[in-house]
Design a binder for this molecule. Sequence first.
Ligand code: ANZ
Ligand code: ZN
Length: 869
Amino acid sequence: TERYNPRASEPRWQAAWADAKLFETKTDAPGEKYYVLEMFPYPSGRIHMGHVRNYTMGDVVARYRRARGMNVLHPMGWDAFGMPAENAAMQNKVHPRDWTYQNIATMRGQLKSMGLSLDWSREFATCDVDYYHRQQMLFLDLLDKGLAYRRKSKVNWDPVDQTVLANEQVIDGRGWRSGALVESRELTQWFFKITAYADDLLAGLDALPQWPEKVRLMQRNWIGRSEGLLLRWALTEETAPEGVKDLTVFTTRPDTLFGASFLAVAADHPLAEAAARDKPELTAFIEECRRTGTATADIETAEKRGMETGIFAVHPLDPTWRLPVYVANFVLMEYGTGAIFGCPAHDQRDLDFARAYGLPVTPVVLPEGAEAESFSIGTEAYVGDGTMINSREFDGRSPSETFDAVADRLESTDLFGAPQAKRQVNYRLRDWGISRQRYWGCPIPVLHCETCGVVPEARENLPVKLPDDVAFDKPGNPLDRHPTWRNAKCPKCGGPALRETDTMDTFVDSSWYFIRFTAPHAETPTKPDVANAWMPVEQYIGGIEHAILHLLYSRFFTRAMRDCGHLAASEPFQGLFTQGMVVHETYRDGREWVAPADVAITEVEGERRAKRLSTGSDIAIGSIEKMSKSKKNVVDPDDIIASYGADTARWFMLSDSPPDRDVIWTEAGVEGAHRFVQRLWRLVSEAAPVIANAHGNGVDDEVATSIRRVAHRTAQGVADDIERLAFNKAVARLYEMVNALSASLNGLNADAPASIKAAGREALSMLVRLVAPMMPHLAEECWQALGEEGLAAAASWPSVDPALLSDDTLTLPVQINGKKRGDVVVAKDASKAEVETATLELDFVKTALAGQPPKRLVVVPGRIVNVVV
Ligand code: ANZ
Ligand code: ZN
């Protein structure tokens, strides 16, 4: 038979699916709903292998669930706002809109060539006016609910690019693009009150068993709930700045109070300012802390520095004890109260600080098994549990008991007319700053009126559209410089007003697109009954890099939309799967990276060598890395699809590694996948004429039964594998099935027994449906060859005969003195005694025993039999 030609076949079947509108979903169609979604792409220009892997996995799930009779929603869209479009505008003088939509057109074509079972009728881009119009409606809803608000906040300001930078964009204190020294500026910015949901977002994680534990842990840490105490320390009258009596710290360890050796405040703390009033040295230090204070992430590792304020505080549990108050660079103004008491023995930062400034280090918690007399702290703080020491009346108690006892006591102690302490729950989570001083984003629909202040745009005036005529010849936000766009009428007083020129963080766009997919053309953000019919997403698939922000924002936004009446669900994603990366060998010609397309690999005496095709020179094979432009180790999906077809690419993506691990892309692997495509085609197309119209005679002989067993067992196994997303296991099973069927059907001719032909026909028809989720085009071609009706993509999953799943007999290996000598075949439910009897009947066992009883006979049920002679 002819070789399978994907280039001719694939577009034909893609057109057939589209013509049949096979993947267009109707909410009221029969079948249990199943919503499967892959993280939508940023339209950067072209799809990469990471997309291929991600979308193939989602497609297998979608096609499988559809075959199981479910009503599947599998949509696709574009996360289309963001900086790269503006960068392209600055560099190439192309409008961000044109750049974005051109990229979308290219990438849509690429995705279509993969044969994904997507409902393209629901496609949208977040930069479509239709979409951001509804996002503006949602913004106003959040504003009404008090979930959106404005406040001053510190930002990293790039004075050259005239823009706010995210923390990740500040590298060694400089802007990532301009290289300019970053300034800390106070700007009034828009925020979403994600902290209002902190507890709910935390508690909700427990109800997501289908999320990877590591992602849940990352979210827990990000929310960072801690139970502690707000504790006021009296300042000594002689040293306190005028008008200040006390200092409130936040501590999670009031049990360690007897180990305290200093207090410290953040550089921005009012007490620092007050103390510095006539101290130029302290003023200079505070200034320096402010300048270098941008990188909060470095707090743990940065050198701990501080300066005394000259102020002393009184210990809450011993009025005779005075402790110095420092300004310190490791205390953050944004957390707790911006002030701490330091207990060096039990906190690493405090210890580093104490060692640098010669402060006492008194352990107050003794680890289990340590001796109080000999226990001391070196360079590592002890943060574990134990027993209190050096803590007067609390000695011998546990830290947690002591926490409660100290908290109770100080809560009922009076200091200057109020309780000295108050229990408090703190969160690391901050409100979400959504303002971006950028053009290519969703405009924040508010106005600034001279008389009325900040006024939300009237709903009937939405959408606030981005102007088209913008220039990118200068740095900064083009909306600020637009001659007319800002001018508007105040919806409240009718007077002149100026539009807000901040646009929304693109994470807002991606925080609800999955809800919009349920009713992508609705006038309102959602149709609540339709959203309720589809949400939550059963299976969400994407990269681990979104484990924190995107998923947390989406969980928050879903709750906020729920509270504004747009849907009932709280959690957007019931199941989450994070796939591994696609990695590839790297090649180097001297200092230059070389692309795999320019490399030929040969094996010389078992050693792999690389040659550069364009120059003929020998080059070095480097480490295996994530595919990236900088290392040039990328393989373009288009090239693979053009030379091998989409099915080969899809099959290889699924086959080599567990889906949560990295997969190494190799030419050999792709070729192996392609050989399998051809092999499967040969098996089906050669057998098809012989087995077509075969009918069983109702009596299955041994061969027919074994063929049927293989088919039914594989069907069961593949279904289980796909449901667990163990795609590589499913692939392995299908390889085995093809091996087995090739062996039994090879050379089958017209005279073969009817039972075998019928079993073969059934098995091949099953096989085609089992591979269909992974290699949908090849499946159609085979389906047609077998003379089956309709499209394979519309066929239902083969039903499995449970009787064929279980063997009636078991084959156990028999060892004599530890060496395998043969097998014993017994009934599946045979007792130990029956296995023993059958073993002793075996010829080779009898010979070995030579008439003697065995020294020992050990039966490991279902596994093995050991005979010791
Ligand atoms: C005394 C103490 C003793 C502390 C001890 C820890 C260990 P989490 O769990 O993250 O909430 N802290 C409080 N506010 C801070 C700020 N603005 N900047 C830097 N550190 C701050 O951490 C709470 C602990 O972090 C608090 O408990 C405080 O130090 C410190 F053996 O108080 B602790
Ligand atoms: Zn007004």
